[in-house]
Design a protein around this ligand. Structure first.
Ligand code: CA
Ligand code: CA
Length: 330
């Protein structure tokens, strides 16, 4: 009896130990994006008409807990391609199943109702995964996928394309269209994180250049909802060990290859966004140098022509002089 008890205690300790060990081995990679409560934006029709003046202020409401994102979660088992992403709305709300866009008949002027969509956008080091949940149906990159809804939490589990992919960002977007009539549509939305509304846009011209050739970079940002505050700082990382703090710097590369140029735009409140642009550098002299060479080649051509002209004139003059001497002697 005593031996049996010892075996049971030993087994219990071993189980606990193995449990703790397996937890350590199958570690999870978790990323959490938090979003404020009750920051659902009411968008007036003015936005659609492009009337976003300097003083435009977006209204926020606490009346839409069902589309008020509070938390996004990314969970990945280490060493596995399986990923679970979760979108959590306000604890006072639920994930809703309303109408699909397909339920709205454009010819039916009497249609009234709401459309609610939940979107998740996962960027990894290799890919983008776009998920949308609407009216009980879920899609992943436009293909159907299962989703689990428990109260105020939407969960989607899927496999990444490649084991080597790493987490870059997770953005959640919720939208609600309240259609009272075709001329009375109210539009609500929430985005998590709010910084996703502020996007850096780097550009380069040209994007393919030769070594030594000047490339003009331009730093821009998109802030359609006017959430950022001037002044802005621009930080360029050229991927060749050099950087610049100009908004639109000029840069040239000394070695051929592919470069991933990063632009970070930051506002005065610490809101920041980063964007990447790829430039390809090929071997050879820059087009500027080529033009110079071309010019000098043209000069050489002109010089040869002039020399030939002088030689011809000289020959004519010599023949003339010889002829003149010959005539005089006679
Ligand atoms: Ca929110
Ligand atoms: Ca938000």
């Amino acid at each position: 009896m005593r031996t049996a008890r010892k075996i049971v205690i030993f087994a219990a300790i071993l189980t606990l130990f193995l449990g703790a060990f397996s937890t350590l081995v199958s570690a999870q990679i978790t990323e959490i994006v938090s979003d404020p409560e009750d920051d659902v934006i009411i968008i007036s029709e003015d936005v659609f008409e492009g009337d976003t003046g300097e003083d435009f202020v977006l209204e926020k409401t606490a009346d839409k807990p069902n589309i008020d994102i509070t938390k996004l979660t990314y969970i990945r088992e280490e060493g596995s391609t399986q990923v679970t992403v979760k979108l959590e709305v306000n604890s006072r709300g639920i994930i809703e199943d309303r109408n699909d866009f397909e339920d709205v008949d454009p010819d039916d002027l009497t249609f009234t109702g709401s459309i609610v969509t939940y979107g998740l956008s996962l960027e990894t080091s290799e890919n983008f995964y776009e998920m949308e949940y609407m009216a009980g149906n879920c899609t992943l990159n436009y293909g159907e996928i299962n989703a689990t809804v428990i109260g105020n939490v939407l969960s989607i589990t899927f496999n990444l394309d490649d084991i080597s992919e790493t987490f870059v960002s997770l953005i959640g977007t919720t939208m609600q269209f309240d259609i009272n009539s075709l001329t009375d549509i109210k539009y609500y939305m929430d985005i998590a994180p709010d910084s996703a509304l502020f996007t850096a846009y780097p550009s380069a011209s040209p994007t393919t250049a030769k070594t030594g050739e000047s490339i003009n970079f331009a730093g821009e940002y998109d802030d359609s909802f006017g959430i950022s505050v001037a002044p802005y700082t621009y930080t360029w990382t050229f991927d060749d060990g050099t950087t610049s703090n100009e908004q639109s710097p000029t840069h040239s590369y000394q070695s051929p290859g592919t470069y991933f140029v990063r632009l970070k735009v930051e506002d005065s409140q610490g809101l920041s966004s980063e964007g990447t642009i790829q430039v390809t550098i090929t071997t050879g002299q820059s087009s500027n140098g080529g033009n110079t060479n071309g010019g000098s080649t043209d000069d050489t051509d002109d010089g040869a022509g002039l020399l030939l002209f002088i030689v011809v004139i000289a020959i004519i003059v010599i023949i003339g002089v010889v002829a003149l001497v010959f005539v005089i002697r006679r």
